[in-house]
Design a protein around this ligand. Structure first.
Ligand SMILES: N[C@@H](CCC(=O)N[C@@H](CS)C(=O)NCC(=O)O)C(=O)O
Length: 370
């Protein structure tokens, strides 16, 4: 076994890719998040490849997961998980773009966490838990992209639909209240994004250059919400969101500068950023705290209050791992910020009740005394 995880024999010549290869699927939220990232900033440096029969074994052995996306870098490293991928890519650009310096970098990382860890309920419910037509259409599109013979495609599509229905329950979106509120939440978010785009806050969430949170928003629209039959109807009256989505693939010139404004603070945040932070402070926060406590007490399941209903969840290790990654990332990021930026960020996190989740421990204690 070589250092990069590939098996080599003396006769085996490993070909080092000169470009990035992004493996995944057109219908996958996190794949489309990464594709958006690469289209915007590395358009001429990557190829998109479908994960299918011919590469599944290699990708799973090398990345250590069955999940997508997976990226193979020009030096032949193979990694999974979109957030660390963007950190890696940031380190290779003249200036970090996905997590820019200053407050924009810390805010985008926090907002990305919500879109990463809470979106499964939106995606799984709207794709598998609404109409049969929506589920059939999504499952068959996935199978057709893999070029399977029709009979096998139909059988595998049914397996995926059955999996999706079970997943909907496991993610706590089976009651009528959760289904309705899950859909309302999607509509609230994209209505607010529509206003954001209309009202001159810039072409992206933070001005004229996309960051990690734009990538994940684009990923959701492209993989699910503007393609799947049911959610498309929820967002049909949002022309600016449609236009924004349709501009996918247009690269961002490197001379589009990222603004570093020391004065971003609780009072100057755009309404869209406020909305997301406020959404995070409700059911999402209860879920993350419940999952954290289940982790600390080695429980298999827990209950969290979401939209005034106590919902049962199975404990999952990943949201807690992701929370820790974010705490570390913020700690490192804040150490490069000015005192003014750090104080402003802490004030924002405290205001939205997010300090206890994401501020590095000492900082959370200090922030509560602000
Ligand atoms: N944290 C991962 C999540 C990746 C993920 O959940 N991918 C989904 C597709 S969008 C997947 O592979 N799901 C299949 C499964 O989990 O069994 C990332 O950011 O890349």
């Amino acid at each position: 076994m070589s250092l990069d995880g590939t098996k080599k024999s003396s006769r085996d010549k490993t070909v080092v890719a000169a470009r990035y290869e992004l493996y995944g699927s057109r219908q996958s939220y996190f794949t489309q998040k990464m594709q958006a990232a690469m289209e915007w900033y590395l358009k001429d440096e990557f190829d998109f490849k479908i994960k299918g029969a011919e590469n599944t074994k290699m990708l799973e052995a090398r990345s250590g997961t069955h999940q997508i996306p997976v990226i193979v870098t020009p030096e032949n490293w193979c990694i999974a998980d979109s957030t660390p991928m963007m950190v890696l890519l940031d380190g290779r650009m003249a200036e970090p773009r996905f997590y820019p310096k200053g407050l924009v970098g810390s805010l985008t990382a926090v907002m990305e966490e919500y879109f990463d860890e809470w979106s499964a309920r939106w995606c799984i419910h709207t794709r598998w838990g609404t109409t049969d037509e929506t589920a059939q259409h999504a499952a068959m599109s996935m199978m057709l992209a893999r070029d399977l013979p029709e009979k096998i495609a139909r059988k595998q599509a049914q397996n995926v639909i059955n999996w999706g229905r079970r997943a909907s329950k496991a993610l706590g979106v089976s009651s009528e209240i959760q289904k309705r509120e899950c859909e309302n939440e999607i509509v609230r978010i994209f209505r607010s994004f529509e206003e954001h785009l209309k009202n001159g806050h810039g072409a992206f969430v933070f001005g004229d250059a996309p960051t990690a949170v734009d990538c994940v928003i684009m990923g959701g629209l492209r993989a699910h919400f503007l393609y799947d039959i049911y959610p498309k109807t929820l967002l049909q009256d949002l022309p600016e969101v449609h236009k924004w989505h349709d501009a996918f693939g247009i690269p961002i010139p490197m001379d589009v500068k990222i603004q570093r404004d020391e004065n971003i603070n609780l009072r100057t945040l755009s309404p869209f950023v406020r909305l997301i932070l406020s959404e995070m402070s409700k059911g999402f926060k209860n879920f993350i705290i419940g999952n954290r406590d289940a982790h600390e007490n080695s429980l298999k399941s827990f209950t969290a209050n979401v939209y005034d209903e106590d919902v049962s969840y199975l404990y999952r290790p990943y949201p807690e791992r992701s929370r820790h990654m974010l705490v570390h990332k913020l700690h490192t990021h804040l150490s490069t910020c000015t005192k003014q930026e750090v104080d402003n960020f802490k004030e924002i996190m405290l205001h939205y009740g997010l300090a206890e989740l994401y501020l590095p421990y000492n900082d959370a204690a200090a922030a509560s005394k602000l």
